[in-house]
Design a protein. Sequence first.
Length: 371
Amino acid sequence: MFGHSTVATDGAARAGVLRTAHGAVETPVFMPVGTAGTVKAMTADQVRATGAGLVLGNTYHLMLRPGADRVERLGGLHRFMDWPGPILTDSGGFQVMSLAGLRTMDESGVTFRSHLDGSAHRLTPESATGIQHQLDATITMVLDECTPFPATEAQAEASMALSMRWAARSRAAWVARPGYAQFGIVQGGVYPALRAASVAALTGIGFEGYAVGGLAVGEGQAMMLEVLEATVPLLPANRPRYLMGVGTPGDLVAAVGRGIDMFDCVMPTRAGRTARAFTSQGVLNLRNARHAEDGRALDPGCTCTACTRHGRAYLHHLFRANEMLGPMLLTQHNLTYYAALMRGLRLAILGGGFAAHAEAVRAGWAAGDPV
Ligand SMILES: [Zn+2]
């Protein structure tokens, strides 16, 4: 059966276990983004070695190439990408809505042109749910409209109301299977009353888990945390809570402190491909000349290959020489760092020392790199 049990709480922060048809995962958890059936620059074994237990796949990319029918015929996404563990897929909506000029929306769904070949496609709450079923996603997301920021309260309300109608249709199209889940997505912009109305609508429909969407779209961390403080306490305590598309290590620590269990973001993988490393001493850019003859480990506390087998000078050289090993090693490091950060938060929650641990982690970032 699918479920989330909270093992310990410390303030609003929760440590738990997510049980799925494809295995159990400890929470809080960060999900690496495997856009097109691959976490870029990483083999599946390497992703597992970072400590990741759950990965995300993008429905938009997979439905266009290689196509949901083909993935289904080939045995589903787990088999296709050699990830037997749990996979969460987004609905495809976020990418489609981002295709300015290439899409038209109506009450029933959204019609769009592929960025690959210009071919016309349509995504509805029903088809988005069906495609994720074909992909064999462990966790399916409802189709929603990510309300842009800024939006007036009236605009945010209309957008949220549409998303709630789509959530009901997504739920009606959902085929329940043991160990599988469908999550509803809370919208409502930065308006607490709309967020509350959205939570009421979704819990009225009833989902296995709840995501908070429409954040990290330009509102800033302070406002994002205000929205979380107004929203998360309204969500059912016995269901997992997922903050979509977030974020920096600082965002993760703050959001765990407000009761979020699950995260996804392209940040650690994208940054890794552009020479930026997240470390216990803050963000380092390995292209910077000051690393050219620095033989020290990137992050002395880290267990990844980049940190245990190489020095900063070598990583710097790889990026300067445009060697593909540079992005590979730094992606591995960043995902290892994110997983270790989550594990550290979990242990702190279990030990009742979340606030002190979070403060120590932030102090390390603020102190920076002792050159
Ligand atoms: Zn490392």
